[in-house]
Design a protein around this ligand. Structure first.
Ligand SMILES: [Zn+2]
Length: 326
């Protein structure tokens, strides 16, 4: 199964997005104003928009999303590339910010974006611990206790980061995953003290709560392959990101962040996995050149070859080659 198994059409308005202060229209005028992500131009005509489909979305997009800074600039840059999440609501903008007063606009409240980013960040981090089989790390989240002779397994998380949209739910979480009265069938499948399976079950449970769109499988024409294919239509970008995450878990995909530019990319099987630290050949040679320059600079400062090798996490032979080839 491939992420192109999902069918999705994204849309980015030609003039992009901006933030406007406003109040949700379904709440009274006393409600606090909040920032809404909204189209720069309010034309509803979409002929000026750029469109893309699921095939044009990198499989690592959900990881890029999980890394987004929870501030207006970071979110707007992502939306200008991929469009809104699809969590819009009608709001009344502040009169001074718009030319036509009185018309409600459609926008995506910043708290919804922050809540989605933080949830994705929390769950991708949990998945990283599972993939790395990091038991001490998992032990910070999954706990087995004995309560009046009964086994109880809990998941907990310390809570969110400061500086988030004010309404985002970043409170510490603690939930009972399983006990003799709550999901006893899960408890029966876990060996006492195991952390991996409870973490995976919880991951699936939380992702399933995000995957609540109600589309069904469809046969669709694939113009490129000129054949019919079975596809699951995904209504919004938000849904696509969670579907991508779910698919990555069941297909056991691995992702890495490029050491040079920070872009997330998928580690494809068949390639020398441990050597794949870069998103592209360009980034690989760029870092190589930077390290070479660092080695020469350190040599110029009088550092020994052995010392340079230690500082640059390289080996003596490589460093010798770098400092001698002028
Ligand atoms: Zn790169």
């Amino acid at each position: 199964m491939d992420s192109t198994w999902f069918s999705f059409t994204g849309e980015v308005p030609a003039d992009g997005y901006r933030w406007l202060l406003g109040r949700p229209i379904n709440q009274g005028p006393r409600s606090k104003p909040t920032a809404y992500l909204t189209r720069v131009t309010t034309y509803t005509d979409s002929f000026l928009s750029r469109r893309y489909d699921a095939q044009q979305v990198p499989r690592s997009l959900f990881r890029t999303f999980a890394d987004l800074p929870t501030n207006e600039d970071g979110i707007r840059a992502f939306a200008n590339e991929y469009g809104g999440l699809g969590v819009f609501e009608a709001f009344q903008p502040k009169a001074s910010d718009v030319t036509v007063v009185g018309e409600p606009l459609q926008g995506e409240p910043i708290a919804r974006w922050c809540e989605q980013i933080v949830t994705m960040r929390r769950l991708t981090a949990l998945w990283d611990l599972c993939q790395a089989q990091d038991l001490p790390g998992l032990g910070r989240h999954i706990r087995w206790t004995d309560e009046r002779g009964q086994r109880v397994v809990r998941y907990s998380h310390a809570g969110g980061e400061p500086g988030l949209g004010e309404d985002a739910d970043v409170s510490p979480k603690e939930v009972v995953l399983a006990s003799p009265t709550h999901h006893p069938e899960w408890l029966a499948q876990w060996s006492p003290g195991d952390l991996m399976l409870p973490a995976l079950f919880h991951l699936a449970d939380e992702i399933n709560q995000q995957l609540h769109f109600h589309d069904s499988l469809r046969m669709m024409w694939e113009p490129q392959q000129k054949q019919l294919a079975l596809r699951l239509p995904v209504p919004t970008l938000r849904d696509l990101l969670w579907a991508q995450f779910a698919e990555a878990i069941v297909s056991r995909r691995s992702f890495r962040k490029c050491k040079t530019c920070g872009t997330w990319f998928e580690l494809l099987p068949g390639l020398a996995r441990t050597n794949r630290l870069f998103c592209s050949e360009g980034c690989r040679s760029k870092l190589y050149r930077m390290r070479q320059e660092d080695a020469r600079r350190l040599r110029g400062e009088g550092k020994s070859v052995a010392e340079i090798a230690r500082l640059l996490e390289s080996d003596v032979r490589t460093v010798k080659g770098w400092v001698s080839s002028k």
